[in-house]
Design a protein around this ligand. Sequence first.
Ligand SMILES: Cc1ncc(COP(=O)(O)O)c(C=O)c1O
Length: 394
Amino acid sequence: MKQASVIPPSVNTSRRKWLKTLGLGAGAVALSACVDSSVKEFSAAGMKTEHFPSATPNVNDGLVRLSSNENAFGPSKEAVKAMQGELFNLARYADATVDVLVKKIAAQEGVSEDQIVVTNGSSPILFGYADWITKNGNKLVTSMATYEGIPRGAEFMGADVTYVPLAADMTFDLDAIEAAVTEDTTAVYVCNPNNPTGSMVDAAKLTAFAKRVSKKAQVFIDEAYIEMSDAYPANVQSKLVAEGHNVVICRTFSKIHAMAGQRLGYAIMPAEQAKPMGRMLRMGGVNYLALVAGIASMDDHANLNTMRARIKAEREKLTNAAETLGREYAKNPQGNFIYMDTGMPHDEFAAKMKAQGIKVVGRTWPGYDTWSRISVGTPKETDACVSALKAVLA
Ligand SMILES: Cc1ncc(COP(=O)(O)O)c(C=O)c1O
């Protein structure tokens, strides 16, 4: 599965020197020798993981970043180890490794290999799909307060986008969306769990909705956060594509796999659509280290299960804080964030949280001007956020 490392033992000395020239120092050497190293070793190696939770490679402004739904716990150690083994193996385009990942996804999702498109993060799929909408009827139906990738991209390219209000319980209103779909609708975008609300729709209801609606318009289901949800994997919808329905499923390695900076995502779609999409979106290939890491991370089931539990524990701290503070929030969130009514304009709230050292998303969604989305962090980060929330909202 994993391509053999090309680092012969004889170059290990120069590799050590090279790591030192990067300023990674002795800790990095220890790390490369033993990736099951302790927290201290990670931090001595200068690795930006949960132990440097607020840092990104280029920005360390001291703020706890709870603004982009990144997974602060960091990637699987097996993924890190796999990438380390391949650092000198970057000269070739990675198409053969794409095929390895595709086989793995096909086996996991029960779909065929020609139904899978792998890209650098899932955003290229969203933007490519927005473009596809404009060339295939130009009409999208989706919900208010959802992830902007496709709707904003489609609007930008001139498509006609219908935004259906959320249901009273802040879930996607599938009945109202179905009622808004007409014979000339191109596509329907459903985000499940939804960003920013974190809400999910009932799996059986979504399956039935997709089967009916996809007879008129293609149904695109963005499952970026699905692996974090309590009901995973019973609530995944990829079987719809396997059964031949006119449905697209989109996934990313940016969330539970904690590889947002490394970029890897994929879509599962009808084969006749996957072929041209893949040709267009994969032009120049997919970045090799992401593929290597993604393959290893998919195999690290223990890590994924632990991650789901850790994210849930932190998410509950945030919903408990909202309850304690008497704030309305979108109930039963299933991603790594909550959506809460702060009672003040969202930019004012973001500024006040920033003054407490916490970066939350500095914008909101139309109709929800006093609402803010807050991502979960590591236990320390979430605790700091809860203290800040108390200071700002109590
Ligand atoms: C619902 C949803 N889909 C897709 C994406 C895009 O993520 P990426 O391009 O990192 O795969 C995001 C990012 O936050 C998201 O929230």
